[in-house]
Write a protein that binds this ligand. Structure first.
Ligand code: TMP
Ligand code: ASP
Length: 239
């Protein structure tokens, strides 16, 4: 498979057209950004780590009946993905309060939530990805109807159940994560984008140590060492 035209360059990935009309290539970059890209850096090898972590998690989710855009890895930092029309909603699922939730609602950092909280954010950099409710999503025509919103919530919760119990075996608390979805050529809603320590929070269950992008956001430690640790733990659980 050959990359042809660059279709889109985001903060962490490039999406390439290929010689197959139904497939794209996602190239994972070493760039690190936070706070709407006001803070920027690079970590050599981060793209490859996120590509491998995402591939493993997409395979795990597929095994558990969740459709994803993942096809196969073709290099250290490139994967073939199915073409999908992206839904411009970031679906955030939270098990433990931290980050913007504690700031917005004053819930103490580290509070275990009584149930998994699903939130929608409007994927729009110019507006800084604001939190939206179901009615905002319908008015903005981000989805076709209410049942699609229900499906996004159901998928978010199902993904959470699979990933939470998987990471539990890796002695990691899945604190929260963000996922994005698209529609495939048949109109099915499939999981797209990536699932990596850039888009999830992981806390070691014993020490509470953070093993995700919060290390970069708040200058708490070496991102690459932490992401390598996450990949190693994933590989151990999969074996
Ligand atoms: P938040 O607490 O900053 O709202 O983040 C919630 C989760 O979503 C966390 O795991 C990080 C992830 N996330 C992204 O992947 N991209 C983003 O742009 C933001 C703001 C959060
Ligand atoms: N990913 C977003 C950015 O790069 C925000 C974040 O993750 O903190 O700006």
């Amino acid at each position: 498979m050959k990359k042809s035209k660059l279709l889109y360059e985001g903060k962490a990935k490039k999406i390439w057209q290929t010689d197959n009309d139904n497939l794209y290539i996602a190239e994972f970059k070493d760039d690190l950004t936070a706070f709407d890209a006001q803070k920027r850096s690079q970590a050599q090898g981060k793209g490859a780590l996120n590509c491998k972590i995402s591939a493993n998690l997409f395979r795990l989710l597929e095994k558990n009946g969740i459709k994803t855009h993942f096809v196969e890895c073709i290099s250290e930092n490139e994967m073939v993905i199915k073409k999908a029309d992206m839904i411009m909603i970031e679906v955030v699922v939270r098990n433990i309060a931290t980050g913007s939730l504690t700031k917005r609602l004053g819930i103490a950092d580290g509070t275990v939530l009584p149930f998994a909280l699903v939130e929608f954010y409007y994927k729009n950099d110019a507006l800084h990805d604001p939190l939206i409710n179901d009615e905002h999503a319908l008015i903005l025509e981000l989805v076709d109807n209410e049942s699609e919103l229900e499906e996004l919530k159901r998928l978010g919760r199902e993904i959470n159940v699979v990933l939470k119990s998987f990471f539990d075996k890796a002695n990691l608390n899945l604190v929260d994560f963000k996922v994005e979805f698209g529609k495939d050529s048949e109109g099915n809603i499939i999981l797209a984008d990536e699932i990596s320590p850039d888009s999830c929070r992981f806390w070691d269950k014993t020490s509470g140590e953070k093993l995700d992008k919060d290390l970069f956001r708040h200058d708490l430690g070496d991102v690459k060492v932490a992401y390598e640790e996450v990949l190693n733990r994933i590989q151990k659980v999969i074996q």
